[in-house]
Write a protein that binds this ligand. Sequence first.
Ligand code: PMV
Length: 342
Amino acid sequence: YLLKEGEVSAKSPSNIALIKYWGKKENQIPTNSSISYTLTNSYTETTLKFTPKQEDGFDVKVHLEGEFKESFAPKIITFFERITAYIPFLEQYSFEVHTSNSFPHSSGIASSASGMSALALCLVQIEQLLGANLTEDEALKKASFLARLGSGSACRSVYKGLVEWGGNNFMKGSSDLYGTKYPDTEIHDVFKTFHDTILLIHEGEKSVSSTVGHNLMNGHPYAERRFDEANENLQKLLPILKSGDVKAFGELVEHEALTLHAMMMMSSPAFILMKPNTVAALDKLWEFRRETGNQLYFTLDAGANVHLLYPAEDAEAIEIFIENELKQFCQSGKYIKDKVNF
Ligand code: PMV
């Protein structure tokens, strides 16, 4: 049954959460449901080479953008340890991971979602080559399941469009174990035209890793209320997605972003992940929206960068505003123009 050797490749985009996953239990089980847009231009491409070996244990070498990265192997080994029960051939091969991102490594854009999703897609391809015979739906579900064990939010990057993760009693097929594509037919066309322009306010490593961040929710005084609120917010979002109410969408999404940051400010130890220029950009954005009525909203992940969300119908005016007024808040005057992926 052993293959001699071979290689597989996969490409996977990053995603940006609208309702945020923040807090987890054992085995990467989320404490609340979340939903994200899968992006288009921010992606990871991974090739996985595999050669049979005799010795016990895992053997992985990682190359990022063509450069051997000794320090990257432990993260992949940890991932392999977590998934070895589901991917039985991991110890039988030596692996070489060749990976590259479409966005700069130091940009503060997390590569864990796109990276773990691409790697999981590669592993499922190998499993198929070894005779697993999964249907396409089963293969994607398995990849999402594995990606979750690499980095929770990665399970949402396996599908295009809007992807939900976290078992609840109001969404059909929802699960704690893998992401589920939210049906395109339930989404008003305006939300399929959204742009996500990412202001690179602060390049470089985040001051708090997401692992540390999720753990801050253990024993957090507002944790239970937050988990309930996230689920309530997701329930509120669904009819908004159907109706095409961009204003209600934007207000809810901004509230989610600020709540994520508020949770970190109220945790122990406390973290302030915004930079002065994050606040300055949000301030300008609100002023612009008030004065022009253009439908420009923001979300944030666990860092200083600002994701600008807006429908195509307002893109022209908004992109002039970004270039003239918001660009100054970016560390090297740089921002990434991305779009949702439907
Ligand atoms: O997947 P992780 O463990 O890196 O956590 C991601 C958490 C947020 O990006 C802040 C929110 C989310 O739902 O993606």
